[in-house]
Write a protein that binds this ligand. Structure first.
Ligand code: OMP
Length: 286
């Protein structure tokens, strides 16, 4: 769809979450999962796995999120499968967040933006995960192209892994934590957008009281909050409700292995996704 015809990502995601519930299914074809599904750890297995997940959950969840690393580990043929997976999500009418966590100096970021956010690029989904830790301003080329093409960004803010605090809780010369600073800069880009801006944050569901501890104002971001860590990393309904508090209506909970481990049976995958949607809806929309 050309730029002019596509509504902004934030509006499209808000509508999908209202309609189908606040859950994203991550597509992470780990070698162990390929084996558990009876598939080879090769490009044929990767393709079968990915297309089966899209077939099972497409049109039933708000978004899917293929993790680029699991495709890149198979080389260029694996990247071609990522392209095919993105196209399959598009054909199913399901929003696709490409989880590639890109971040580089501005001029190189421009090339990443063209790869993942430009109309006509085979790697372009509906949104891209990006890292602001080369400086938030280094993301400007991606923010600009995303805005032009109706796509979105998810900027790493408070990640689900335990090492993240070293960077994210550190304070700038002004005494503000990096996480709070990232959130405030995303808020500027989302100012005035309704119902939600298109510059989201990644805030893990496993982070306990880190939102308060870092002084991060999630509500003011006025954008979606991608919350990985649900399922395999241990977070559930209680953690979602506790971590996000008043910002919970902005949250898109994300689970990969928690759903994928139900495969390869399509009905079982659907049932696992439905259960995860129910849990996320109860925690975030109840
Ligand atoms: O950006 C992400 O999606 C992400 C950020 C984060 O803080 N933590 C995190 O786990 N993720 C991704 O979310 C997925 C989690 O997978 P599961 O632990 O299997 O649900 C992986 O693809 C991670 O790379």
């Amino acid at each position: 769809m050309p730029e002019a015809a596509r509504a902004p990502f934030g509006a499209r995601l808000a509508a999908a979450m209202d309609d189908l519930g606040p859950l994203c299914v991550g597509i992470d074809p780990h070698s162990a999962l390929l084996a558990a599904w009876g598939l080879g750890d090769d490009v044929v297995g990767l393709r079968e796995f990915s297309l089966r997940v899209v077939d099972a959950v497409g049109g039933r969840v708000a978004a899917v999120k293929p993790q680029a690393a699991f495709y890149e580990r198979h080389g260029s043929a694996g990247v071609a499968v990522l392209e095919e997976t993105i196209a399959a999500a598009r054909a199913a009418g399901t929003l696709c967040i490409v989880d590639a966590k890109r971040g580089d100096i501005g001029s190189t970021m421009g090339a990443y933006a063209e790869a993942f956010l430009r109309d006509g690029s085979p790697l372009a989904g509906d949104a891209l995960t990006v890292s602001p830790y080369l400086g938030f301003g280094s993301l400007t080329p991606a923010a600009e192209l995303a805005a032009q093409t109706g796509r979105g960004l998810f900027v790493l803010c408070l990640t689900s892994n335990k090492e993240g605090f070293e960077v994210q809780h550190a304070r700038t010369a002004d005494g503000v934590t990096l996480a709070a600073s990232v959130a405030a800069q995303a808020a500027v880009l989302n100012a005035g957008a309704t119902p939600l801006g298109s510059v989201g944050l990644v805030v893990g569901a496993t982070i306990g009281d880190a939102v308060a501890a870092t002084g991060t104002d999630l509500e003011a971001v006025n954008g979606p909050l991608l919350a990985p860590g649900v399922g395999a990393q241990g977070a559930g309904a209680t953690e979602l409700a506790t971590v996000f508090g008043n910002a919970r209506r902005q949250v898109l909970a994300s689970s990969s292995r928690g759903v994928l481990s139900a495969g390869p049976d399509t009905a079982a995958l659907r049932a696992a996704a439905e259960a995860a949607v129910g849990e996320a809806r109860a925690a975030l929309r109840g």
